[in-house]
Design a protein around this ligand. Sequence first.
Ligand code: 5GP
Length: 138
Amino acid sequence: MADYDPENIFAKILRNEIPSTRVFEDDETLAFMDIMPRTDGHLLVIPKTPCRNVLDATPEQLANVMNTVQKMAQAAKSAFDADGVTIQQFNEAAGGQEVFHLHFHVLPRHEGVSMRPPGNMGDFDQIAQHAEKIKAAL
Ligand code: 5GP
């Protein structure tokens, strides 16, 4: 497996070198909105320390991230009055991973409503509004 690349896009977000819509953070983790949301309220949870994915993460990184994933799943479900929440996570290119800093997708879901196709840029103002709804539910 390749080494962690500190120039990956999420490392740049952590260093505030590129903008993001942050929703929650603690000492160990950050939650922010996905720029290509596959459902309303689609957000990402990452550790603040470097690792590529589940394959090289420490037990502490995984435990900290999962605590925040649960917190965000509960808040997003409440904020969007969702029926359920999909949590996705991909490991290495063959596993579907595109950004090589560990992240979990949190996607509020409604009964009978499919996820949108991947790769479509979201509307910035709408994403910001969705972030505010989730923050209010925290
Ligand atoms: P994955 O690695 O899990 O396949 O996908 C990476 C995810 O990161 C995608 O859902 C994509 O929309 C999101 N993403 C890629 N670049 C950026 C970015 O610059 N900012 C944010 N907020 N999300 C991004």
